[in-house]
Design a protein around this ligand. Structure first.
Ligand SMILES: CC(C)(COP(=O)(O)OP(=O)(O)OC[C@H]1O[C@@H](n2cnc3c(N)ncnc32)[C@H](O)[C@@H]1OP(=O)(O)O)[C@@H](O)C(=O)NCCC(=O)NCCS
Length: 155
């Protein structure tokens, strides 16, 4: 299961245990409260999780973790290495999630994001997600609010 962009050197492939050191390196560069290596390993063993790494040439430059949640495909993690941001890879992974959701017969793609995370919120809004609610104090490290986004898929 893989999808390639038009340049042919970018692809998403299923996350495997041997990818986790690099994924964790990117995770630490990207979040104040990173997932652990064990957390990523658990995703590879969870039957409801679809974790993928974004590979450019031979290098892992990002990843996306999708959860199969009833009527929704939930984006649990989407991350691009800081050196590769603003080049369309976030869009590429959202597009992949949208395609996967359709393949699985889902009605929507959902996610939650820190209220202060402007880059991610701009990306989601550009992709057609709508903010449908807020969870107060959702993030335990600083009690920041989460904004819930939903992308409805047409029939
Ligand atoms: C959010 C993230 C995945 C976006 O990835 P990306 O590859 O940089 O996104 P893209 O290049 O596809 O950007 C697509 C659009 O999103 C918006 N966008 C992305 N980053 C932005 C920023 N820093 N400021 C404003 N708008 C931004 C823009 O509209 C952009 O289009 P443009 O470049 O033509 O203006 C990336 O910033 C990231 O990994 N952040 C850290 C991890 C994170 O916060 N993940 C989300 C957790 S919910």
């Amino acid at each position: 299961m893989q999808r390639q962009n038009s340049e042919k050197q970018i692809k998403l492939i299923p996350l495997k245990a041997e990818h986790i050191d690099r994924v964790y390196e990117i995770e630490k560069l990207s979040y104040s409260n990173p997932w652990t290596k064990f957390g990523f390993l658990s995703e590879t063993r969870n039957p409801f999780s679809l974790p993928f790494v974004l590979v450019k040439g031979e290098e892992i430059i990002g990843y996306i973790v999708l959860w199969d949640y009833g009527e929704s495909l939930h984006i649990a993690n989407i991350t691009v290495h800081p050196d590769y941001r603003r080049r369309g890879y976030g869009h590429f992974m959202i597009d992949f999630a949208r395609g996967k959701a359709r393949e699985l017969g889902k009605k929507m793609v959902t996610l939650e994001v820190r209220e202060s995370n402007t880059p991610a919120r701009k990306l989601y809004e550009k992709e057609g997600f709508e903010a449908i609610g807020t969870i107060k104090g959702y993030y335990p490290d600083n009690r920041e609010n989460a904004v819930i986004y939903r992308l409805k898929l047409e029939d």
